[in-house]
Design a protein around this ligand. Structure first.
Ligand code: GRF
Length: 185
């Protein structure tokens, strides 16, 4: 059985999809949730499923290197790290020391709309084709090699909440598929 660590900061709907995916469960175990927001709803989702949580407040550490060192110790036996709504940039220090793949989910068709508020910015720009990407994490924000993407066409008169909802549905389908593929290839 392979071991997966998931990093998340908020609601955790993608965490939930990964944790409840039957195919992933056949080949791997999610052994850890790493969360940088001690009050985030994702924490209860992990606890309900008996998944160990490492929740920390970055302000309690003297520097980013210190809390990243603490995270490294938590995940050193994992075969894969999945950033699923982790609102923090992983440092070069972490990338150098964690030797297994790290992947990230991003709500745009990379390389377009890297960084925050990707859906809002693509919507405001009037993009007709939008979507989500799963990519390997490297030192550039949302800049690593793209593994897979899923696309949708914006509907006429579709508003931002409806579109955001459809983008999230695409994420919920794509991320478990990619994780399973990486674990079994
Ligand atoms: C997702 O839209 C992801 O692409 C972005 O943050 C959101 C996380 O949502 N980086 P959730 O916490 O998984 O519900």
């Amino acid at each position: 059985m392979k071991k997966i660590a998931i990093f998340a900061s908020g609601t955790g709907s993608n965490f939930e999809r990964l944790a409840d995916d039957q195919k992933i469960a056949q080949v791997a175990k999610i052994t850890k949730l790493v969360c940088d927001k001690p009050n985030a709803p994702v924490i209860a989702k992990a606890q309900q499923r008996g998944i160990e949580v490492f929740a920390f407040n970055p302000k309690d550490y003297p520097s980013k290197a210190d809390f990243e060192q603490a995270i490294l110790e938590q995940v050193e036996d994992c075969d894969l790290v999945v950033l699923a709504g982790y609102m923090r940039v992983v440092s070069p220090y972490f990338l150098q020391h964690f030797k297994q793949p790290i992947i990230n989910l991003h709500p745009s068709l990379l390389p377009a709309y890297k960084g925050k508020d990707a859906i809002e910015r693509a919507f405001a720009a009037g993009e007709q084709e939008m979507g989500v990407s799963v990519h390997f994490v490297n030192e550039e924000l949302d800049g690593g090699e793209v593994i897979a993407q899923a696309k949708l066409q914006r509907k006429t008169f579709e508003n931002l909440p409806a579109l955001t909802d459809r983008i999230h549905q695409l994420e919920h389908q794509l991320l478990p598929q990619v994780v399973y593929q990486l674990l079994t290839q």
